[in-house]
Design a protein around this ligand. Structure first.
Ligand SMILES: [Zn+2]
Ligand SMILES: [Zn+2]
Length: 363
């Protein structure tokens, strides 16, 4: 009995993957070259040599990116292929034939003549066992779950009656003849084992040749591949960065955010002091800054103007501070300013990241 073999050596999958890379890379390269050749007329000033050189560079650049991309998926794809074949292999190997199958004709014991996993692309594919009677040689087939396989004869396209099927194998050529049980319809299908085997061998040889000639050029290995992938990622990142910078340069909000003055705490203190002393606020003190996602600083200041109510005092100070901070990266926090006995206090918050600054100018 021929055993089915689904899972192969890792080398087999590596070869299939690398062969695919070679064939796809060659196709990409020559498609690009042909595409550029079609535009040759538009570049009449170039000599043929210059043109060939330029189009080789352009096509090589794209092909190089492609082969790097292919390598980056190599290990993961090979693993996926192997996992999938391993699953089929296990399904096949672990299938147990239904027991005590007796011949339908003569009741004699039978033995398993073949075992096949059908419909491998389907997730609930099953193994089918063929049983042959040890005495009269009659065949029956059962799936591993015990369901009998029932032959459904094809139907005649002329009269819809059942067709009889007859196989004839002569010198590697299988001829299957269908004849209608009712009318005169008959049809033959020929399958040439020898010819298809030869075609397969020719294709294998062609693939092997193409592969050997090009593998060093198009296929990275575990030594030089990771480096190429890292370089490519780095390059793509830089490219993205440039694109993003360009986008930012065209965004009016970001432009506005970039014009905000970034002040150090001491500069901030100085600026506020100068602004508020006009209104007779004195002795500005900054507390210990709180350094988290944002820098936050408490402040206190004394009102030295006689007769000003706490309410008026805090309102005036609030207006002054808001005004002077408008074109800086600092803001008075929303809890505002409180005032008791002429002592005013509040909190200031610094914005540093570009996205926070942008939100600031958006308000
Ligand atoms: Zn029998
Ligand atoms: Zn018919």
């Amino acid at each position: 009995m021929d055993e089915q073999k689904f899972l192969k050596d890792e080398e087999y999958y590596k070869y299939r993957y690398d062969l695919q890379t070679v064939i796809e890379s060659l196709k990409l390269y020559w498609d690009l070259r042909r595409g550029l050749d079609a535009k040759r007329d538009q570049l009449k000033d170039m000599t043929q040599e210059q043109f060939d050189d330029q189009s080789n560079r352009a096509a090589s650049y794209a092909t190089n990116a492609f082969k790097t991309e292919k390598f980056s998926h190599r290990a993961e794809t090979i693993k996926k292929w192997m996992d999938s074949d391993r699953k089929l292999q296990e399904k096949y190997d672990l299938a147990i034939p239904p027991r005590n199958v007796l011949c339908k004709e003569c009741g004699s014991p039978t033995k398993v003549a073949s075992k096949d996993l059908l419909d491998t692309l389907n997730d609930d594919s099953q193994v089918l066992f063929m049983f042959t009677c040890t005495k009269c040689k009659k065949n029956q087939a059962f799936y591993e779950d015990g369901t009998e396989w029932v032959y459904k004869p094809p139907l005649c396209p002329e009269c819809n009656s059942q067709l009889n099927r007859k196989n004839k194998n002569k010198k590697g050529i299988l001829t299957t003849t269908y004849t209608c049980t009712n009318c005169s319809y008959t049809n033959s299908e020929i399958y040439d084992f020898k010819k298809s085997k030869q075609e397969r061998e020719e294709r294998d040889a062609w693939e092997k040749k193409i592969f050997e000639e090009n593998k060093d050029f198009f296929c990275y290995n575990d030594e030089n591949g990771p480096r190429a992938v890292a370089d490519m990622e780095h390059f793509t990142e830089s490219f993205k960065w440039i694109e993003e910078e360009q986008k930012k340069n065209n965004d009016p909000l970001i432009q506005k955010a970039r014009q905000l003055k970034t002040l150090k705490a001491l500069q901030l203190k100085d600026l506020i002091q100068k602004t508020i002393e006009v209104e007779r606020y004195v002795d500005l003190q900054f507390g210990k800054p709180e350094i988290g996602q944002f820098v936050i600083i408490d402040f206190t200041v004394n009102d030295s103007k006689e007769g000003r109510s706490d309410y008026d005092s805090s309102n005036t100070l609030k207006k002054l501070i808001k005004f002077v901070l408008e074109d800086t990266n600092w803001r008075l926090m929303s809890d505002g300013i409180s005032c008791r006995l002429g002592i005013l206090s509040g909190r200031l918050k610094a914005y540093e990241r570009e996205e926070d600054l942008t939100k600031l100018v958006e308000k």
